[in-house]
Design a protein around this ligand. Structure first.
Ligand code: CTP
Ligand code: CA
Length: 259
């Protein structure tokens, strides 16, 4: 989809935004998910489009309309989101990971709907097989447990990829485009220390932290109260703003990093 020549301070830039939460299947009708509405990520993608960027929006299942003029890639799982990001990141200038990526997924999703009655259930997923949804012997009344395994960490993987790239000197091959990486942190406690830790661990250029326990912030809200943590260790405490305002502030910071 082309919109003709773009103007704006992101004109000529290619950006990737991830949004929404991933859904990790338990069986064909159930998943492990989270409360991400996608509003923050969609606001970030829309703002980048309005400022002239070529935008790829990698989105988990959300109930928001597709923004006009962005390249939409719909995914469900963290692995699919990882693949979509890796397939598009090579010529991108910035990646903003606002998606709530599930850290774990069921190791072996059941191919059939898991039944409440153990007999039917057992016919589908024999007990004792590691990773299957298995009846929990300790729970009278028929509980069951699901074995979860770790999902790939998209931002961490990109951080190691970038670190592995040789830094070229003047006169050598043109340097691969530097990717500005922005992460989000939805925290319920110790917002500042958790955020600083993530910034360093994932070697981010910018980490946007919000306290999801506030009613004016985080999941589903139309406003957000965020802190920006910069790679140089500095922090900005932003006022409560509409998510579009937070999106504009994020791109302002990314643009100075791109300059
Ligand atoms: N993220 C990612 N891949 C994952 C998990 C998270 O790229 N598998 C990204 C998120 O999109 C976000 C950032 O990493 O931009 C921080 O996510 P968060 O869940 O806060 O951090 P984790 O490292 O998963 O730590 P924890 O959930 O234990 O707090
Ligand atoms: Ca996580």
């Amino acid at each position: 989809l082309t919109l003709g020549r773009r103007s704006g301070d992101l004109a000529g830039r290619r950006v990737i935004v991830t949004a929404g939460g991933t859904q990790e299947p338990i069986d064909p009708v159930r998943y492990v998910g989270n409360h991400s509405s996608g509003k923050m990520g969609y606001a970030i993608a829309t703002e980048a489009r309005d400022r002239g960027a070529d935008v790829v929006l990698v989105t988990g299942p959300v109930s928001l309309p597709a923004p006009y003029g962005v390249d939409l890639i719909r995914v469900e799982t963290a692995s699919q989101m990882r693949d979509a990001v890796m397939a598009t990141v090579h010529d991108a200038d910035a990646l903003v990971m606002s998606a709530a990526v599930a850290d774990f997924r069921p190791a072996h999703p059941s191919p059939q709907k898991i039944k409440k009655h153990a007999g039917e259930h057992l016919a589908i997923t024999p007990p004792g097989q590691q990773g299957q949804a298995t009846p929990d012997a300790d729970t009278s009344g028929g509980g069951f447990s699901i074995h979860l395994v770790r999902n790939p960490d998209i931002l961490a993987e990109l951080a190691s990829l970038q670190a592995a790239q040789p830094r070229s000197n003047a006169g050598e091959q043109p340097r691969p485009r530097r990717l500005v990486r922005v992460g989000f942190a939805a925290e319920t406690e110790n917002v500042i220390s958790n955020a600083r830790d993530k910034l360093v661990r994932k070697r981010l250029d910018l980490l946007v932290a919000n306290d999801v326990m506030r009613s004016d912030s985080g999941f589903g809200a139309d406003t957000n109260k965020v802190y920006f943590f910069h790679a140089d260790g500095s922090m900005e405490d932003l006022p409560v703003m509409p998510k579009a305002g937070v999106a504009a502030a994020i791109w302002d910071r990314v643009i100075s990093l791109l300059a």
